[in-house]
Design a protein around this ligand. Structure first.
Ligand code: UT7
Length: 321
């Protein structure tokens, strides 16, 4: 039994923030942001708009694309590190709004690797025969916890949501998923405030993404190089067997390094970082949806999804579309 992707969707908030807009906020320039990251603009949620709101819209589009009724979903998993509330989980908050009935529903916090983790869990449930259809979402409002006076982070992130419907099938499908974590370098990329540690009676409760970008960059390039090797080896496949790379969208230079490692030309790599910025767990499913809807990815193509993020966490999925 395999898990097959039978529908995808994405939803972006309306407000566009350009690099020029950020030049008004911090000492930065459009040229620096484009050269170092590839980002030109990002979307930012409206006042009162939540991660769940974005997730719900992306899910509705994915369900319609899949031709699946909400009541036919057996499990809902949301990858997010910016939940609406501490609890109930964002998955529980949108379950009823989507009309899913009383299926299992939970969030996964693996930062930027959240969707790959959620996809991996969904795949295990389907392969075990426990459920038939899973709605998997990656949704984030990272701009809610940015320090808008810190130029080393505020130019990088954006908001959005992507979703996929997975269904049990005798044909592949997801060929394999691989997830990893290493908490040893938590200090390189974190939000230093939680419920049981560091909560402050300050604006944003003390929430602020902190990142030693340069050091994270090196670990990311290295680690992504290893995870693509691991994924190919597990499937007895070679680099040239891959048709598409759908990478986490943190930095165009990191994406290009992974593509080089795979000997893939950039026209085989899905890039959305220019328009979306880094949307954490939403980045891979939104890139998947962009690629599928553009008609570029054909049924039977092999695509490699990968992500790296806070934790550190990282993972990959090899999918025959
Ligand atoms: O998604 C989760 C995982 N995250 C990532 O994978 C992100 C990994 N890191 C990166 O993408 C990159 O390291 C950044 C885009 C964050 C930074 O690029 P970099 O080429 O590594 O720059 P840097 O941190 O080495 O900084 C170079 C210079 C510094 O100035 P000095 O010390 O050379 O004078 C920074 O102060 O750029 C300066 N700088 C900026 N200048 C203009 C840092 N941020 C900015 C800015 N505008 N926004």
């Amino acid at each position: 039994m395999y898990a097959r992707i039978i529908g995808t969707g994405r939803y972006l908030p309306e407000k566009v923030v350009t690099n020029a807009d950020l030049e008004q906020l911090v000492d930065t320039s459009d040229a620096w942001i484009r050269d170092r990251t590839g980002i030109r603009e990002r979307r930012v949620v409206a006042e009162g708009q939540t991660t769940g709101d974005l997730a719900e819209q992306a899910a509705r589009i994915a369900l319609e694309d899949a031709g699946v009724k909400p009541s036919e979903i057996d499990l809902l998993i949301v990858g997010t590190t910016t939940p609406d509330l501490v609890f109930p989980s964002t998955a529980c908050l949108i379950q009823q709004r989507l009309g899913l009935g009383e299926c299992g529903a939970f969030d996964v916090n693996a930062a930027c690797s959240g969707f790959i983790y959620a996809l991996s869990i969904a795949t295990q449930f389907i392969e075990a025969g426990t459920v038939k259809r899973v709605l998997v979402i990656g949704a984030e409002t990272l701009t809610r916890m940015l320090d808008w006076s810190d130029r080393s982070t505020c130019v990088l992130f954006g908001d959005g949501a992507g979703a996929a419907v997975l269904q049990a099938d005798s044909e592949p499908g997801v060929l394999s998923t691989h997830i990893h974590a290493n908490g040893a370098h938590a200090d390189l990329l974190s939000v230093e405030v939680g419920v049981s540690r560091g909560f402050l009676a300050e604006p944003r409760g003390g929430l602020a993404v902190k990142m030693k970008g340069n050091e994270v960059f090196k670990v990311a390039v290295n680690t992504l190089g290893r995870i693509v090797d691991e994924t190919l080896a597990f499937n007895n496949m070679e680099k040239h067997d891959l048709d598409w790379l759908i990478p986490h969208q943190a930095n165009l230079r990191i994406i290009k390094a992974t593509a080089r490692k795979l000997d893939m030309s950039m026209d085989r790599v899905v890039v959305t970082v220019d328009k979306h910025g880094n949307t954490s767990a939403a980045s891979v499913p939104m890139a998947l949806d962009v690629a599928v809807r553009s008609g570029r990815i054909q049924r039977g193509d092999h695509m490699l999804l990968e992500a790296f993020g806070g934790g550190f966490t990282w993972g990959a999925a090899l999918i025959r579309y």
